[in-house]
Design a protein around this ligand. Structure first.
Ligand code: NAD
Length: 526
């Protein structure tokens, strides 16, 4: 499946194959490891996006009517196809992202896991709810809340995890009964194109899943056409998407950037903390929204922690590998990002930070930056306040946990965090004061793999969440059904005509019940 650089062929969507013979514009997908072209891909202009959305919209009612169990069976077939093709999927992932094999493999693992998780939990999370009416007079009615899918969900995804953040986020929507159209990043569309081809051609799945390709125009057109839009990417583009969605009153969830802190308390297991921060800071070459980008270490253990972290980072092997798992650090996927990384490191160097490792681009072809520790950093430096999104961690000494909390919260982002201490309760108390959507105690990034709990950002890190019961309910509209338990009279006291006798009776009745409300709950008694 590995595409060859010698014979780049434009990748076309089904819509384009069936469309007019007009000249098709394309963009090139590059190998970040050496800059060569993997393949060129045809751009889907807005009218093609419209056609694709209309087509999956037609197929969606049958998909919804099929029910959760049958949909889970279809997705399990897709999972089995992925399992059988893991290696070739990883080859494509590596070609277009420059990831090392160990990181590329995470993509399939997560998507397979997500199919199992949502397949097992969708019927629980989407089951009708039957709340009990609070007021005695209202108990004559029975209440039911239903979750009904948005017909078509659009997903716009970034380049750092091209399957996890596209197919991975599509799975709960598909399980809810929605049709899904995904626009992957223009840097990394190939593996998703392959996965959607697998769904259509190998699995023979219903026509409720498709991919459209291109840049902002294609993404914008998708926002216009769908009933719900899930976006993952930078907060800059997230704002543009949300403004555009306002025109059609389309609801959105936005998973945006991060500047995740780690707090290392004086009683931490320093070896585990250093290992976790090495993984959390450098996995996927630091191109993770939840990367540990800044580390606050209590003064008494600062030097010892730094020594351990430095030893770890010096061991990281940078290079191009394959199934032999010969490296931990790959190339950087987006050429623009490497300029941001270099700028942050130079800014810190100029302001007096110590660059313990790396601190420069790697010579030769491709987009490579050496894994870098910026020690003695502070908040005057970009590396501690702006998203770096590369293989760089800033480390800062703090007096105590109060200062660590203050510095960790001194950011416009609020995605996730880590806290390290042998006293788990103390670590949890620190975590409770952090302004983040998720905190990992003595660990890094691990909350993402617990699909039971919501993963979403505070502040500029986003709106909404993925995972947890809300991670599938967000793809649904609620319908409340209120129906009688008992035979009904011909008229109701609330209805017309308004007469003094009926209104006084009604007022007395509600005065009686409302005056008693909350009494038991707040201990006023009768
Ligand atoms: P980006 O915002 O540049 O692009 C994201 C997607 O939006 C791409 O598919 C792009 O083509 C599309 N797009 C661009 N302009 C658009 C427009 N006007 N209308 C509609 N779509 C448009 O982000 P990126 O550089 O691909 O990804 C890196 C960013 O993503 C980082 O900030 C990172 O933190 C963030 N991210 C967040 C999460 C999370 O879960 N919170 C996960 C991964 C990455």
């Amino acid at each position: 499946m590995e595409p060859t650089a010698a014979t780049p062929q434009p990748e076309t969507t089904e819509a384009q194959q069936n469309g007019s013979a007009a000249a098709v514009e394309t963009f090139d997908v590059h190998r970040p490891t050496d800059g060569t072209v993997v393949r060129s891909v045809a751009i889907d202009p807005p009218e093609r996006v419209r056609e694709v959305v209309a087509r999956v919209r037609r197929a969606q009612p049958a998909w919804d009517a099929m029910g959760v169990e049958e949909r889970a069976r279809w997705l399990a077939r897709w999972r089995d196809w992925m399992l059988a093709n893991r290696d070739s999927i990883s080859d494509v992932v590596q070609a277009e992202t420059g990831k090392v094999r160990g990181d590329a493999g995470l993509e399939s693992i997560y998507v397979e896991m997500a199919i199992n998780f949502w397949g097992e939990n969708a019927s629980l999370y989407l089951a009708d709810e039957t709340p009990t009416p609070g007021l005695l007079p209202a108990k004559v009615r029975k209440l039911r809340v239903r979750y009904r899918p948005y017909p078509v969900v659009g997903i716009i995804s970034p380049w750092n995890f091209p399957l996890i953040l596209s197919a991975g986020d599509a799975i709960p929507a598909l399980m809810a009964g929605c049709a899904v159209v995904i626009k992957p990043s223009e840097f990394t569309p190939l593996e998703l194109i392959e996965l959607v081809r697998g769904w259509k051609e190998e699995v023979g799945g219903p026509d409720i899943l498709d991919v459209v390709n291109g840049m902002g125009d294609t993404g914008g057109a998708l926002v216009d056409e769908v009933d719900y839009l899930h976006f993952t990417g930078s907060d800059r583009t997230g704002r543009i998407v949300m403004k555009r969605a306002a025109d059609t009153l389309t609801p959105v969830s936005l998973e945006l950037g991060g500047k995740d802190p780690a707090v290392v308390l004086r009683d931490a297991d320093l070896e585990r903390a250093a290992n976790a921060c090495t993984y959390g800071g450098f996995v996927n070459t630091g191109q993770v929204c939840m990367s540990i980008e800044r580390i606050y270490v209590e003064e008494p253990v600062y030097d010892e922690f730094l020594t351990k972290l430095e030893a770890n980072v010096r061991e990281l092997r940078q290079g191009t590998d394959g199934p032999e798992y010969a490296a931990e650090q790959g190339a950087m996927t987006s050429p623009a990002q490497i300029d941001i990384v270099a700028d942050h490191v130079e800014d810190a160097r100029g302001k007096g930070a110590r660059i313990l490792t790396g601190g420069r681009r790697k010579e030769g072809a491709g987009d490579w930056y050496e894994p870098t520790i910026v020690a003695d950093a502070d908040h005057s430096m970009k590396v501690m306040v702006d998203e770096t999104f590369g293989p760089v961690v800033g480390v800062m000494k703090v007096r105590d946990d109060a200062e660590a909390i203050r510095m960790a919260n001194d950011t416009r982002y609020g995605l996730s965090a880590s806290v390290f201490s042998k006293d788990t309760e103390h670590a949890e108390r620190v975590a409770e004061q952090l302004e983040v959507g998720a905190a990992n105690i003595n660990d890094a990034l691990v909350n993402y793999f617990h699909l039971e709990v919501p993963m979403g950002g505070w502040k500029d890190s986003g709106i909404g969440w993925r995972h947890g019961p809300g991670g599938i309910r967000k793809y649904c509209r609620t319908e409340s059904i209120v129906s009688p338990r008992l035979p009904l009279a011909k008229n109701e006291p609330l209805w017309y005509p308004y007469t003094p006798r009926r209104r006084k009776l009604l007022n007395r009745l509600y005065r009686f019940f409302n005056a008693r409300g909350l009494r038991n709950r707040i201990g006023l008694g009768d």
